[in-house]
Design a protein around this ligand. Structure first.
Ligand code: M6R
Length: 610
């Protein structure tokens, strides 16, 4: 959460900071600020609200300025006000700092600093860092040394960027638990919390690691450790193109990403499906295949949508790879006493690869000597780097806060993993081939569903004023019910719950009346007849039923109120299709309510704090 951008070079800094912040706005968008040096003097402008508010506060600019930092905030400590926005300044106004993360011992430090006479202007945890740096600067007269000493006092997580009029030729940055990259240009450098902020300027990046402190100048940079040892890190080339982070004619990133799914899922499978062998190839797991085949148990850990993908993975892996699977919220896994055996493998699933709880679960699993694999979207992300091996889902940048294409790509990759392990066990060639063939057919089938967008929009028109929704499904489509409900609640603020359909009669049925829309995932799979009975039970109580049904189901129209048809596929792959109309439904309902679907209230794209 929160976005960081810093620039030092020969170009005017303000446009670079503002365009970087706009690209980062999906990370946090309740307030923003910039700090830059003009004639060795520090200027700071901040505003509550969106980047456009900040833009209005920055005066028209005559002078040239070549070094600065910018921040877009997702509040943790203190309300989203201008005072709490970053950068924060020290008392003399000559050091400015931006920060992602949480300083856990900030209260203790604040009391000590106040006793020393330091005055605080904000309610944030961040402000203690800049006063600490200022305190050490008095003694050391070196920004780098002062930052290092300050960080020794701090407990918690941080990605920070500091500029100072006292040393106006550099940015000092550091990370622990919050991602930070250095972008390398010609006679210029960038610092950013993630790649989209700087992609239009350079593809050459260095991923900083926890404990790194870097002094960044126009033409060079020095990385050292907290203990002041020199560190060398490779420059990596990011294979991203700028159009992938633009809306490309769509009104919202979310809609663009929903419509990208035929392509994004193809990218997840590219070069990995070996149809004639009825098998798959996952390069990143080559050295781990024997361990996976011999594993006694897989523990899939994740949060939010990725956790729903893990639940579908559990069904697939148990059925076809014949391995016991447990799915656990990363936030729970990290704080209990997970018993991990020698042949247990932990698989962390995360779109961003930065989710704090999932990253902490990975570290906890490693601490307990378990093997850890990562299934991530963002290349070079913390979870991908922290895992011993893994698979990228290659869905491309996902900017909309509501995860869509990452979910279908996660499911595609989990299907590939299932075939990979299954074929080394009892999964027959013929069935392996069938799964591979159906996987390859999915892009076309997703497109068929997307053609029905107007029909979904018409249903949204009927229900957008509803106060509650229920989503019900069984088997492979129970997690889809959870995911459909999550999509709706996060962008439309309508209360929605997902349940296994059979659980309805154990409580939720009490909610059913003529005002309650209920979405059933009722495709012709092994639970179809049971689901039909559940639908009848709802209709008997006058509930309004929207069914996601199979294209060849000729009877369901007669018992439900609205139907959206999806093409037939294998039951294990059906969630990749059934979720598409639910993503569209959530989108159109939120649009009809006049809401900002890409930046829903209180949320941020990657949750890098606990
Ligand atoms: O980046 P991750 O996959 O680790 O993110 C996990 C959740 O924060 C994320 O899926 C969240 O629930 C989304 N907003 C759902 O649309």
């Amino acid at each position: 959460m929160c976005g960081i951008i810093g620039y030092i070079g020969n170009r005017k800094v303000i446009p670079i900071l503002l365009s970087g912040l706009k690209r980062l706005e999906y990370r946090g968008y309740d307030s923003a600020g910039v700090g830059y040096l003009v004639n060795k003097k520090l200027n700071v402008f901040k505003a509550a609200g969106k980047i456009s508010e900040l833009e209005n506060t920055i005066p028209d600019f005559e002078e040239e300025t070549f070094i600065g930092i910018g921040h877009t905030r997702w509040s943790t400590h203190g309300a989203p006000t201008t005072l709490n926005a970053h950068p924060h300044l020290n008392g003399s106004g000559n050091i400015a700092l931006i920060h992602n993360g949480i300083i856990e011992n900030y209260l203790t430090l604040k009391v000590k600093l106040k006793d020393l006479g330091y005055q605080f202007k904000s309610e944030t945890d961040t402000e203690v860092i800049v006063h600490l740096i200022s305190f050490f600067y008095e003694k050391e007269k070196s920004l780098l040394k002062a930052v290092r000493l300050a960080l020794h006092e701090i407990e918690g997580t941080y990605g920070i960027c500091v500029v100072s009029s006292l040393e106006s030729n550099k940015i000092v940055a550091a990370r622990k638990g919050s991602p930070l990259i250095i972008g390398v240009g010609e006679n210029e450098h960038f610092v950013a919390s993630d790649a989209p902020a700087i992609m239009e300027h350079t593809n050459n990046v260095i991923f900083l690691e926890d404990g790194d402190i870097v002094e960044v100048f126009n033409d060079h940079f020095n990385i050292t450790s907290l203990a002041n040892q020199t560190i060398t890190r490779e420059i990596e080339k990011l294979d991203l193109d700028i159009s992938s982070i633009e809306k490309g004619g769509f009104p919202h990133f979310m809609l663009k990403e929903i419509f990208e799914q035929p392509e994004s899922i193809q990218n997840s499978m590219r070069g990995r499906v070996l149809l004639s062998a009825g098998n798959v190839k996952l390069g990143g797991l080559e050295n781990f295949i024997d361990d996976l085949v011999g594993a006694k148990r897989l523990i899939l850990t994740a949060c939010g949508t990725s956790w729903h993908a893990a639940l579908v993975g559990e069904y697939m892996l148990e059925q076809y790879a014949e391995i016991p699977v447990e799915v656990e919220y990363a936030s729970e896994f990290r704080y209990r006493n997970p018993i991990l055996g020698k042949s247990d493998i932990v698989i962390a699933i995360s779109q961003s690869g930065e989710t704090a709880d999932t990253l902490a679960a990975v570290k906890e699993a490693k601490r307990r000597n378990a093997s850890v694999l990562g299934v991530c979207n963002v290349v070079g992300s913390s979870i991908a780097r922290e895992s011993q091996a893994g698979v990228y889902i290659h869905a491309g940048p996902e900017i909309g806060v509501a995860s869509t294409k990452a979910f279908t790509s996660q499911l595609a990759v989990l299907s590939l993993l299932t075939v990979l392990i299954g074929r080394r066990k009892n999964l027959a060639f013929s069935y392996g081939e069938k799964i591979c063939q159906e996987l390859l057919n999915l892009p076309k089938k997703i497109s068929q569903i997307l053609y029905q967008k107007d029909q979904v929009e018409a249903i949204a028109e009927k229900f957008y004023e509803a106060r509650n929704f229920l989503y019900l499904g069984r088997g492979y489509n129970f997690p889809v019910a959870l995911e459909g409900a999550l999509k709706l609640k996060e962008i439309s603020y309508i209360h929605a719950e997902g349940y296994p359909a059979a659980e309805m009669k154990h409580g939720p049925i009490a909610l059913v009346d003529e005002n309650m829309p209920i979405v059933f995932i009722a495709i012709k799979d092994s639970t179809y007849d049971k689901i039909l009975s559940n639908i009848e039970e709802v209709k008997a109580r006058k509930g309004k039923v929207i069914a996601i049904a199979s294209e060849d189901d000729k009877t369901i129209e007669s018992i439900v109120d609205h139907v959206i048809k999806v093409p037939n596929t294998l039951e294990m792959l059906s969630p990749i299709l059934t979720i598409i109309p639910l993503q569209l439904l959530a989108y159109y309902i939120a649009i009809k309510k006049g809401l900002n679907v890409d930046q829903p209230r209180n949320l941020a794209k990657s949750v890098t704090v606990e």
